[in-house]
Each structure stands twice: as structure tokens, then as C-alpha cells.
Design a protein around this ligand. Structure first.
Ligand SMILES: O=C[C@H](O)[C@H](O)COP(=O)(O)O
Ligand SMILES: C=C(OP(=O)(O)O)C(=O)O
Length: 360
């Protein structure tokens, strides 16, 4: 074989290395769901879909860290949340945010799957195994999980364990992600853009509901053509934008009108964080209180809420390779509300659902 020099080649001018990625089937075989995890995913998805369709009057609450960087702290949080979810199960369908793919505005740590050792070694083959095991351990507590899907190859490694999917503000307009949604087996929330454009999310819901044929990878990691039937369980998530919050009643009404115009189911999830909190974690409590008040007053357009929460309040900066210096249980991406605030917020949301039920 002739080895070409960089001067002779037309491609690979900027590629440093290409190395094997473990096949999804291998990672799946190493960590297979037991009966409890399987039942958690199955019933979690069915319950969530029932709420989205209006057959169940509870509120979906997707709550957890902005990103998972320490599986031990994530399990500590999951045990607390599983107990709370059980306590409030009559009123809330609680799903833990287990986000390990982070879309960055420019640059930054891209999440546990991409760099599990938090040191810039990008050991993705290990990250996929750690991530899948964590999803299994959390689902094994009876607690369903929610993930953002960012890289179109990653779902083959983990999607069977995910109860609630999300497409972020930075990828809501992407055809690649809309096609991916059309294939996913769980309900998926699609966010408005970072600038606050809601129509892009409505268009995403419409595109994801249709059938598509597109290139992807199969469980053996081979390039493959994927044909889908479309996902009817996608919905809009209002997350605010650069112009400010958009969880107000007028924006929800406008979103309902846009969904009606596109002949799509009318329902919306409010993300209490990001543009809606102007990235001040304390403001998430105000957003949740406002949503609770509207729900208690009878609102049925809002079917769910998303909260960024961890054990400790706030956030901290990660220095790559110095993860031993991090404060336990505190976010290294966006700021989160702490556990006690989370518990109180969940109780408030549950009370709102109960009083709406009484009112009805
Ligand atoms: O939810 C997390 C962040 O808002 C998102 O990943 C963007 O982060 P960045 O703007 O810090 O890159
Ligand atoms: C990145 C996230 O949100 P958004 O896409 O709304 O910025 C997130 O929820 O982690």
C-alpha cells in the first residue's frame, strides 16, 4: 500500500487521528436492563405520553443537574429524587435529567460521554460505558431518566434506557436532529432557539412527526440507511431566549395557535432555566411558582416543567485535569438550585396539580 504524504493527499489535512469506536451492541451487551429498569422505562414512557395526550392530569417534571460529571453524586441525587418521586407520584411524573452531552455556545467541556475523566483525554469508549451504566442504575431505582440527544451516533448506545428525550435550542432547526427524533422510541421535547424563536420548535415537532429515510449507524456501528415512521410524541419546550423569558401566558397562547395552525397536538413544557431564568438559578423558583399558580387556576396547556437542580446550589468552573478540586454535588455547567429548594419546589407543583383536580 502506498502511504501518501500530506502534500499528495486531498483529504485528512486536519485530522490528527482516526481510531475505533466500540460498537453499540458491545456496550449494550455489557450493561443490559433488568426487570425493574425495563419496567421503569416502559411505564415511564407510557405515563409521559398519557400526560402529553391529556389522559392523565399530572405534570411531567424533568429535574436534575444541568450535566452529570460525577456518577457517584448523580446516584446520591437520584436516590433523593426517587424517594420524592414516590411521595408525589399522584400529582407529578418525575423524570431525572441525566444530561451527558452538552452543546456549547463556543467551547467548553462537552459532557461525560465525550470526556468522562474531565481531563481532556476524550475517552469516549469509556464515557459510553459509564453513561449507560448510570442510566441503568438510576432506572433500577424505579426513576425514569431524560437525556438531551446531541450527537446523532450516541442514541444507539443509550436510547433504549431513556424515557424522555430533548433536542436543545442550538439544534432545534437541524434536519439531522429532527430525523433522529422521528426514530426515537420515547417522547421528545424540542426547544425554541436561543434567540427565542418558537416557530423553529413547532416546525421541529412537525418534521419529527413525519417518516424519514436517512443515513445513520446500526447496532454494530456500521453505516446504515434508517427508515422511520415518525414520532407523534414530540412537543415544544419554551426555554426563553436572548430577549428574555417566554413562559408567560401570552407566549403559551401564541405557541398553542402555532401548533393548531400546523395541525399538531396543543401542549407545551416550560423550561424554568436557561433564558427563562436568565441563567440565575434562583429565578427558576419564581418560574416554577408562576407555573404552579397557573396550573392551580386550571391551565391545561402546560403539561410539564424542566428544572436544573443538584445537591448544592450554583455552579463552579472545571479546570481540566483538576476534578479532584471540585465541590461535591455542584454543577460544572449551568447553575442549579440545591436539593432542599428542589424538594420544596416539587411539593409546590404537586399541590398545584392537586388543587386543579379539586377545582375541576
Ligand atoms: O445547559 C447548558 C448550557 O446552557 C449549554 O450547554 C450552553 O452552555 P455554554 O453557553 O456555557 O456553552
Ligand atoms: C443545553 C440545554 O438547554 P438549551 O438547549 O435550552 O440551551 C440544556 O437543557 O442542557
Amino acid at each position: 500500500m502506498t502511504v501518501l504524504t500530506n502534500d499528495q493527499r486531498l483529504d485528512d489535512q486536519r485530522t490528527v487521528s482516526i481510531s475505533p469506536l466500540v460498537a453499540p451492541s458491545v456496550v449494550r451487551a455489557e450493561h443490559t436492563p433488568d426487570e425493574v429498569a425495563t419496567a421503569t422505562v416502559r411505564s415511564g414512557r407510557a405515563d409521559t405520553i398519557n400526560i402529553l395526550d391529556g389522559g392523565d392530569d399530572r405534570l411531567i417534571v424533568v429535574v436534575g443537574p444541568c450535566s452529570v460529571h460525577d456518577p457517584e453524586a448523580a446516584m446520591d441525587y437520584a436516590r433523593r429524587l426517587a424517594a420524592k418521586a414516590e411521595e408525589l407520584r399522584d400529582d407529578l411524573q418525575i423524570v431525572m435529567r441525566v444530561y451527558f452531552e452538552k452543546p456549547r455556545t463556543t467551547l467548553g467541556w462537552k459532557g461525560l460521554l465525550n470526556d468522562p475523566h474531565l481531563d481532556g483525554t476524550y475517552d469516549i469508549n469509556t464515557g459510553l460505558r459509564i453513561g449507560r451504566k448510570l442510566l441503568l442504575d438510576i432506572s433500577g431505582l424505579g426513576l425514569p431518566v431524560g437525556c438531551e440527544f446531541l450527537d446523532p451516533i450516541m442514541p444507539q448506545y443509550i436510547a433504549d434506557l431513556v424515557t424522555y428525550g430533548a433536542i436543545g435550542a442550538r439544534t432545534a432547526a437541524s434536519q439531522v436532529h429532527r430525523q433522529l427524533c422521528s426514530a426515537l422510541s420515547m417522547p421528545v421535547g424540542i426547544k425554541n432557539s436561543t434567540e427565542g424563536d418558537v416557530q423553529v420548535a413547532v416546525d421541529g415537532v412537525r418534521a419529527a412527526a413525519a417518516s424519514h429515510v436517512f443515513p445513520g449507524t446500526d447496532l454494530e456501528g456500521q453505516a446504515a440507511l434508517i427508515q422511520t415512521v415518525g414520532n407523534p410524541d414530540c412537543h415544544v419546550i419554551l426555554r426563553g431566549g436572548t430577549d428574555g423569558p417566554n413562559y408567560d401566558a401570552a407566549t403559551v397562547a401564541d405557541t398553542m395557535a402555532r401548533l393548531r395552525k400546523s395541525d399538531l397536538p396543543r401542549r407545551v413544557v416550560i423550561d424554568a432555566s436557561h433564558g427563562n431564568s436568565r441563567k440565575d438559578h434562583n429565578k427558576q423558583v419564581d418560574v416554577a411558582a408562576d407555573v404552579a399558580e397557573r396550573v392551580a387556576a386550571g391551565d391545561r396547556d402546560i403539561v410539564g416543567i424542566m428544572l436544573e437542580s443538584f445537591i448544592e446550589a450554583g455552579r463552579q468552573d472545571l479546570t481540566l485535569g483538576r476534578s479532584d478540586e471540585l465541590t461535591y454535588g455542584q454543577s460544572i455547567t449551568d447553575a442549579c438550585i440545591d436539593w432542599n429548594t428542589t424538594a420544596a419546589t416539587l411539593e409546590r407543583l404537586a399541590e398545584a396539580v392537586a388543587s386543579r383536580r379539586q377545582g375541576a
